[in-house]
Design a protein around this ligand. Structure first.
Ligand code: ATP
Length: 437
């Protein structure tokens, strides 16, 4: 029998595909594990998350500098950062079927050794370290100097531009750099939909502080991260802070707090906050002239890091709801209006009545579309079907133009969560929606 939790994941995966949010990567050729393609509404949701993040952490601040670094960088970057030597997970390989597993994700015996192969029960070879960076070659030459890597984190793209940023903008400490972009990890066992994938997006901040101030700013960023999670509609009752013990921290970190989320498949990392000390700037031989201290120092770094894909999953799981409407179970996504891929849908009551279609198109849809962009024309099927579809997309408002509209210039606006309808004047629609975003 399936557990309710498994059921919830299945429902979300299926809704995402059916409604055009997220598709399995390379699907028509049998799929490529750990990759997903994003459809129209998935892109919209992701964009809303990224734009909201950028606004809060870059545009609304005076101490943050944006970066969009190249994904391919010289191999020396990854040597200095410690990733070539140390960005590895322990891997166990089955002697019998050859399948490979992340050792810390399979059951272990009392000595901490993996027991048997989860697929065929075969014997496992002793674990090896498996480097998760995707290696590639840059240019036509085949020697080792051409080796490069798809970046496994966006952070290094900021550290290598630390000097450029300081020279261009002369920031005073504390200040930060921020970047949103793709990261790639050759995960041994990608799993759980978009939770653990091989190609994903990160939103990262490197916040540079004087060494003596790190604890103060660590606490400060913890608060900022929690505020933002709430703002985008993550169920805060399911978020837990976990202090990571020394032996489990990344090679660069002296303190890490993970924000874990209660996913249906277990409580696991959503975002992280790390104190990277002066590890990276020191390894890249970078420093900073601190006028206040009249001398060269190496700033220390607090790093709030956010995975876009895990943010999407947490929002989907926090928003998914079911209730009974008109004797039927309906499922809907109760996104905050600021996150919803579609802010409102516009429908003529009947699509074969040209006067309704014309009014709906010219006087309602066109001005709302010009104002908000995320507005959908929906005249497919009967009104009940349209509501069900928009509920699953998570559209907060459905606007219907009917025969009364033609005489009194009002429309019905239906609320996604309550199903209640009110009549609103067409001329007040923009403000009505603006006030809800
Ligand atoms: P995990 O322990 O789950 O492998 P991590 O500790 O290696 O994650 P970080 O290196 O801290 O993760 O990466 C920063 C953020 O990037 C994570 O908090 C997460 O949101 C996201 N992230 C990391 N790996 C993946 C992945 N394989 N798929 C999707 N998102 C990821």
């Amino acid at each position: 029998m399936k557990t309710e939790e498994n059921n919830l994941m299945e429902k979300i995966v299926s809704l995402c595909k059916r409604r055009g949010f997220i598709f399995p990567g390379s699907e028509i050729y049998g799929g490529l594990a750990g990759t997903y393609d994003w459809g129209h509404f998935g892109v919209a949701l992701k964009n809303n998350i990224k734009q909201n993040w950028w606004k809060k952490f870059v545009d609304n601040r005076r101490d943050m500098y944006g970066v969009d670094a190249a994904i391919l960088m010289r191999q020396e970057v990854w040597q200095a950062s410690g990733h070539v030597a140390g960005f590895a997970d322990p891997m166990s390989e089955c002697i019998n079927c050859g399948h490979r597993f992340r050792t810390d994700q399979i059951s272990l015996d009392i000595h901490g050794h993996a027991k048997t192969c989860p697929d065929c029960d075969g014997k496992l070879k002793s674990p090896q370290q498996f480097n998760m960076m995707f290696q590639t070659k840059v240019g036509a030459s085949d020697d080792s100097s051409a080796i490069s890597y798809l970046r496994p984190e966006t952070a290094q793209g900021m550290f290598v531009n630390f000097k450029n940023t300081v020279d261009a903008f002369h920031p005073k400490l504390p200040f930060g750099m921020a970047q949103i972009g793709k990261a790639f990890r050759n995960e041994i066992t990608p799993r759980d939909f978009i939770f653990r994938v091989r190609e994903f997006e990160q939103m990262e901040i490197e916040y540079f502080v004087r060494s003596e101030d790190w604890e103060k700013y660590f606490e400060y960023w913890k608060g900022e991260m929690l505020d933002w999670m709430e703002e985008i509609g993550i169920d805060m009752g399911k978020v837990h802070e976990l202090e990571i013990p020394k032996e489990d921290r990344a090679h660069y970190s002296s303190r890490t707090v993970d924000f874990e989320f209660e996913y249906p498949f277990g409580q696991k990392e959503l975002f992280g906050l790390a104190y990277r000390t002066d590890f990276d700037l020191k390894n890249h031989k970078l420093d900073y002239i601190d006028e206040e201290k009249s001398g060269k120092i190496i700033p220390h770094v607090i790093e709030p890091t956010f995975g876009v894909d895990r943010a999407v999953l947490a929002i989907l799981l926090s928003s998914y709801a079911e209730d009974e409407k008109d004797g039927e179970i309906r499922s809907y996504l109760k996104f905050k209006p600021s996150m919803a891929p579609v802010i409102c849908a516009v429908s003529p009551l009947l699509k074969n009545k040209p006067e309704l279609v014309e009014y709906a198109n010219e006087k309602v849809f066109a001005p709302l579309k010009a104002e908000f962009g995320r507005v959908m024309w929906d005249d497919n099927g009967n009104i009940g079907k349209r509501y069900r579809r928009q509920d699953e997309i998570g559209t907060p408002f459905c606007i219907v133009v009917d025969f009364d509209t033609l005489t009194d210039n009002t429309v019905t606006v239906r609320d996604r969560d309550t199903g209640e309808q009110e009549r609103i004047k067409v001329e007040s629609l923009k403000k009505y929606i603006q006030d809800k975003i």
